[in-house]
Each structure stands twice: as C-alpha cells, then as structure tokens.
Ligand binder design. Structure first.
Ligand SMILES: [Zn+2]
Length: 190
C-alpha cells in the first residue's frame, strides 16, 4: 500500500480554491470601479493582514476575507522535537502535516494505517477522515461565500482593483454557491 494513500484520497483544499476561482471567473457582470474611487484607503495586497470593523482581515487568492479563529489555531501549532508516540526526532518538512492531522509522525501514521489495514478497518478510517475534512471545507466555503456576498458589495481582485457586483450578479453568485455546495456534498463517502 502506498504510504500516502490517505492524504491522496483526502479532499484537497485546492479543490475549494478552484471553485472560488470558478465563481469569480464565471462571473461576467462585474464592473471595475473608476479611477476616482478611494482606492488608496482600501488598497491591500495579497497576504496583507489588517484590522477593520474590529476584525482581522487578509487577502487570500485575491479575495478580502476574515481570518477565522480556526486559521489562527492552525498557525499556532508547534511541532514538538520528538514524536509523542515513537519518541523519534520529528522531521519538520515531512512530519508537520501529519502531526497537525493525527498527532504523531509520518512513520507512526504509516504503522497505524498498516495496523488498521490488517484489522480490516482502514477503509472506515479513511472514510471518516475524508468526511470530517469535507465538513470543515463545506463550512469554510459557506462562511466565505456568505461573508463575500452579504457583507460587501465588492471584492478585491488579485491586481488589487476593487470590483463591484449588482443585484443580478448576486443572484448568479448564489446559484454558483448552490452548485459548489452540491459538488462538495457529493464528495462525501457513504
Ligand atoms: Zn512517531
């Protein structure tokens, strides 16, 4: 069995990014604001973080978005020097993602999956991991989308331009949201 089977089967965050790009790319009725707009006040670049309305914001993939507590929690995870399970030295580049997901090193995860496989429980475990990850992804996508269309009438493109949508554009976006959610929910394992 390939060592990274679970990871490969796991629903990739990239898929959501693709959906986001799709939503933006498909959207044809946006209008670019003219040069007289107060761009300087609102201009932020990809990766910037700043405080506004009592919340912390960033621009990720060209979209201004709220930094959730979850993101902060993920960033805050520090890789211990030794694996809590096997006590071997952690290799930061290889082991961090596994430690974040499973609380031990890559080798321990390989052993764990090998054991599950022998017991015939691997499939059940993989299903659980995929579904849990999907739940989070769906929630994240919904939050992102609602924030995007309900609290703001514009978004910031990768080039830093402020673009605006009108009422019919909003209805179109809502339709895309439903399509995207349907797609995500279909990825769930029964
Ligand atoms: Zn270990």
């Amino acid at each position: 069995m390939k060592k990274d089977t679970v990871l490969k089967k796991e629903f990739k965050h990239r898929d959501v990014e693709r959906l986001r790009n799709l939503v933006q790319g498909k959207y044809g009725e946006k209008t670019t604001m003219g040069t007289g707009y107060t761009k300087a006040k609102e201009f932020h670049e990809e990766g910037d973080t700043w405080e506004e309305d009592g919340r912390t914001w960033t621009i990720k993939n060209g979209i201004k978005q709220n930094i959730t507590k979850l993101d902060k929690a993920k960033e805050g995870i520090v890789l211990p020097l030794f694996c809590p399970t096997c006590s071997r030295t952690m290799k930061p580049h290889l082991d961090k993602r596994w430690f974040v997901m499973y609380g031990h090193c890559f080798d321990c995860q390989v052993d764990f999956e090998h054991k599950l496989r022998k017991e015939g429980k691997l499939e059940e475990f993989e299903k659980q991991v995929i579904n849990q990850h999907l739940e989070g992804t769906i929630q994240d996508f919904e939050d992102w989308f609602d924030e995007l269309i309900n609290t703001k009438d514009h978004f910031i493109t990768e080039a830093g331009d402020i673009e605006k949508w009108d009422g019919s554009g909003k209805a179109q976006l809502l339709k895309y949201k439903e399509e995207a959610l349907e797609y995500l929910k279909k990825q769930k394992k029964e």
